[in-house]
Design a protein. Structure first.
Length: 407
């Protein structure tokens, strides 16, 4: 897609979506001082979205989030994302129908059918699955935005506290899906990263030149991942529970299993079905109306190959503190992440580890305009970098000035 068509497409979709009942969106421009190491976006080993080649002003986010009511119970939802890196991209990151019937019961329920995020994150409640805190997402939710998307059916039943004269509200969530078989590929051959780039349904994500892809055992693996491809014909599932106490505390637990057959391979696209499963726990606590803490932990396993030649476990957690003062919001977050290699393929090392600090200041100039500055630093190590003639350990930094316009 050339740049002229890309920008015309952004304008055209914005105008078209105005025909829907509820439309909102944003455009975010960022002046970035990127890191010296080439980004994973450009086939490098850097774990940030930008590198020194991106220094200057970039379109970091273009989002149109729309909804239209089809009947009293059915509604259509969609999120369209526009990016200029690594190449001009315009596509859907979410598109689904929701069924939410009116009922006299104290219990409420609804269905979602289509493509959407599992609601396991408390870091990303803003439109289009963005964060109102840091511009750069945590390692956990950076990966969710890359490789995890539900293409299926999700059911939620809620017990609102106010309907039972209680200070506690609960919800149970269950879903079944297809089309998320390669989830885990990035964790094995790149590891976790930290960024705000969501993968649209029509995209692939390229790797650095992984040395082990030149071996017989991995000769059919493409040098890219198609995160939302169906490979083995199986259904995956996840289940979750939400708990809320007044407006002060929220807790979410999810268990996800894509039920992948690690022996299944699509040779035409070079994609394996990975057997990936994880648990996620997220907690939000409001100390005051203006100060909150958000923490999340994820732990799981992922494997591919007929004899599980690649067999890894992964873990990450973050702690975020955010404080709002009038039109100012200051947020700080600490991340830790690791991938542990459990297989016997010495020629394909997958172990990686890292930690990072991100600090962000946002200023709400008007309801439509926001200014912000963010600094982030991370240190990481990955065993497969040395085979690519790169250092095993990296220390990286990134600074960005951001202007956001909402409509």
């Amino acid at each position: 897609m050339n740049k002229a068509c890309f920008y015309l497409g952004v304008v055209g979709l914005t105008l078209t979506c105005n025909a829907f009942a509820q439309v909102k969106g944003l455009v975010q421009l960022s002046a970035v001082q990127g890191d010296q190491y080439v980004s994973w976006q450009q086939g490098g080993i850097g774990l940030y979205r930008y590198d020194s080649d991106n220094d200057g002003i970039v379109l970091s986010q273009g989002v149109v989030d729309f909804r239209t009511d089809l009947t009293t119970a059915w509604s259509a939802h969609g999120v369209i994302n526009a990016y200029q890196d690594p190449q001009p991209t315009l596509g859907f990151s979410q598109a689904y129908l929701q069924y939410k019937p009116l009922t006299a019961s104290n219990y409420k329920w609804h269905l979602r059918v289509g493509g959407f995020y599992p609601l396991l994150s408390l870091e990303n409640p803003d439109m289009g699955w963005l964060s109102p805190y840091n511009y750069t997402n945590s390692a956990i939710n950076s990966w969710i935005g890359e490789e995890v998307r539900t293409v299926g059916v999700e059911a939620t039943i809620k017990r609102p506290g106010r309907s039972f004269n209680s200070t506690h509200s609960f919800a149970l969530v269950g879903a079944t899906f297809k089309g998320n078989d390669p989830a885990g590929t990035l964790l094995a051959w790149r590891g976790f990263a930290m960024h705000d780039r969501q993968t649209t349904f029509n995209e692939s994500i390229a790797f650095a030149p992984i040395a082990s892809f030149n071996t017989t055992a991995l000769q059919y693996q493409a040098n890219q991942v198609l995160p939302f491809e169906e490979v083995d014909g199986r259904f995956g599932y996840y289940a979750g529970i939400h708990w809320e106490y007044l407006k002060k505390s929220q807790f979410r637990f999810y268990y996800y299993d894509n039920n992948g057959d690690p022996a299944a391979l699509n040779r035409s696209t070079g994609q394996y079905a990975w057997d990936t499963r994880f648990s996620s726990v997220a907690w939000l606590y409001k100390f005051t109306a203006n100060t909150r803490l958000i923490a999340q932990m994820m732990s799981g396993t992922t494997a591919m190959g007929a004899k599980r030649g690649v067999n890894n476990s992964f873990y990450s957690h973050f702690v975020l503190v955010s404080h709002k003062m009038a039109k100012h919001r200051i947020s700080m977050r600490y991340d830790y992440f690791e991938v542990t290699d459990h297989d016997d393929w010495q020629f394909d090392p997958n172990a990686s580890e890292g930690e990072g600090i991100t600090a962000t200041w946002r200023y709400q100039l008007t309801p439509q305009w926001q200014l912000g500055i963010e600094g982030s630093a991370l240190h990481s190590q990955a065993d497969n970098r040395m085979a690519m003639n790169n250092p095993k350990n990296l220390s990286q930094q990134q600074i960005s000035l951001n202007v956001q316009w909402r409509f």
